[in-house]
Write a protein that binds this ligand. Structure first.
Ligand SMILES: *Cc1c(COP(=O)(O)O)cnc(C)c1O
Length: 390
């Protein structure tokens, strides 16, 4: 036991030396976004994923409180053992309408959805083709499936095509990608990816965690909507309620056969207590809001454009991709130093380091929300140390 203990300590010490030790040393006490109280200090939050500011919207709070009163705090069971409330069914119907798919299924979190969908549908003799920068939960799901995992270089369609060509035609194939990459903020080329999926008869699994509620002119259902390819049998769309929708939980939208299969084989769905009614009711209210009222999404996009305009005033031009803006610094030390300097100026922008991002690409990850004011955005850009990208 003693050596086991000291080995843990050695590992932790080594992480600390490398400035990689993750710590829960920032506590929020007043989350009135975008202003928050962090460790007792009021700061502007520029790293939150509550992109539309819905986590404090009265409609969500009211729906949530009513459900809490009516149904209590917990469901007391997994979905297949008494844990399916009428609210869960209503939410799934609404998601399928939102996504224009045959069916939908609610998962307890984005992490659980990704692990459950990939491990539930992909088998040992299949091949999973995954973008190198996919979210950790997609990597974990692929590993759990025990399929052969091919991680192609970020957005590299030529490498993906080559890998697909090298795979036996009869082998089942799955192409898996974030639509908006969580740490880079850039977009996957969905039309090209789908064309490859068609050409090689592959399934196509999309993680819309950072795109749901933000992209798509009619439903604001995600980046897939912008392709105008509509529902497709081979496409499986995953997304979360925990980001732009201001709540918690996740969904999968797909054909009825895919959803029915997940109910059989997705262990993170089957073996976990269902989400509590207060959460499901907030999700229903959030979907209703963003579909009937485009102003939240419009406000977010105005802020994104304004941020880039402020950058342009400082002669920096970055491609406009979405609400996540990575400023790559490289060295971990410098990145942490920059986070600290900004905190002292009243801006909270979390630095992101390996292993969350590849070695040598530590960065500030700025997120914009509909709640930031132009003044706050311009003050942040003023405070940043910027050098022109080389
Ligand atoms: C945040 C995130 C998840 C996990 O979603 P949770 O609901 O927070 O568990 C999955 N995929 C991507 C791309 C994410 O950014």
């Amino acid at each position: 036991m003693e050596t086991t203990q000291s080995r843990l300590r050695d590992t932790l010490n080594e992480l600390a030396r490398e400035r990689r030790l993750r710590q829960l040393n920032k506590t929020v006490t007043e989350p009135f976004r975008p202003m928050i109280t962090l460790n007792g200090q009021p700061v502007l939050d520029f790293c939150n994923n509550d992109y539309l500011g819905l986590s404090h919207h009265p409609a969500l709070i009211k729906a949530s409180a009513e459900a809490l009163e009516k149904y209590g705090t917990g469901t007391g069971g997994a979905r297949l053992i008494g844990g399916t409330l009428d609210l869960h069914t209503q939410l799934e119907t609404k998601i399928a309408q939102f996504k224009q798919t045959e069916a939908a299924l609610v998962f307890n979190s984005g992490y659980q959805a990704n692990v459950g969908v990939l491990s539930g549908l992909i088998h040992r003799n299949d091949v999973t083709f995954a973008d190198r920068l996919n979210h950790a939960s997609l990597v974990d799901g692929a590993l759990l499936s025990r399929s052969r995992l091919v991680r192609y270089p970020h957005l590299d369609m030529v490498a993906l095509k080559t890998a697909l060509e090298k795979t036996d035609r009869a082998t089942r194939k799955f192409i898996v990608t974030d639509t908006i990459f969580s740490m880079d903020g850039d977009q996957a080329p969905l039309t090209e990816l789908f064309a490859l999926a068609e050409q090689f008869d592959a399934w196509f699994i999309l993680d819309e965690a950072h795109a749901t509620g933000i992209f798509g002119n009619t439903h604001r259902s995600g980046l897939w909507e912008t392709t105008q390819l509509g529902p497709q049998q081979r496409v499986i769309q995953i997304g979360t309620f925990s980001k732009a929708l201001g709540s918690f939980g996740a969904y999968v939208a797909a054909s009825q056969d895919v959803i029915d299969s997940l109910i059989q084989f997705s262990r993170s769905f089957v073996y976990s207590t269902s989400l509590p009614p207060a959460v499901i009711a907030a999700n229903l209210a959030a979907l209703e809001l963003i579909q009937t009222n485009p102003t939240f999404t419009q406000q977010l996009w105005e802020n994104i454009h304004y941020f880039h305009q402020c950058l342009a005033d400082r002669e920096i031009s970055l491609p406009i991709q979405g609400p996540i803006i990575p400023l790559i610094i490289g060295e971990t030390d410098k990145t942490l130093h920059e986070t600290q300097r900004l905190l002292e100026l009243g801006f909270y922008v979390q630095g992101i380091r390996p292993p969350t991002v590849p070695e040598g690409t530590s960065r500030l990850r700025i997120t914009l929300t509909a709640k930031h004011t132009p003044q706050q955005i311009s003050e942040l850009v003023q405070a940043l140390k910027l050098s022109k990208p080389v």
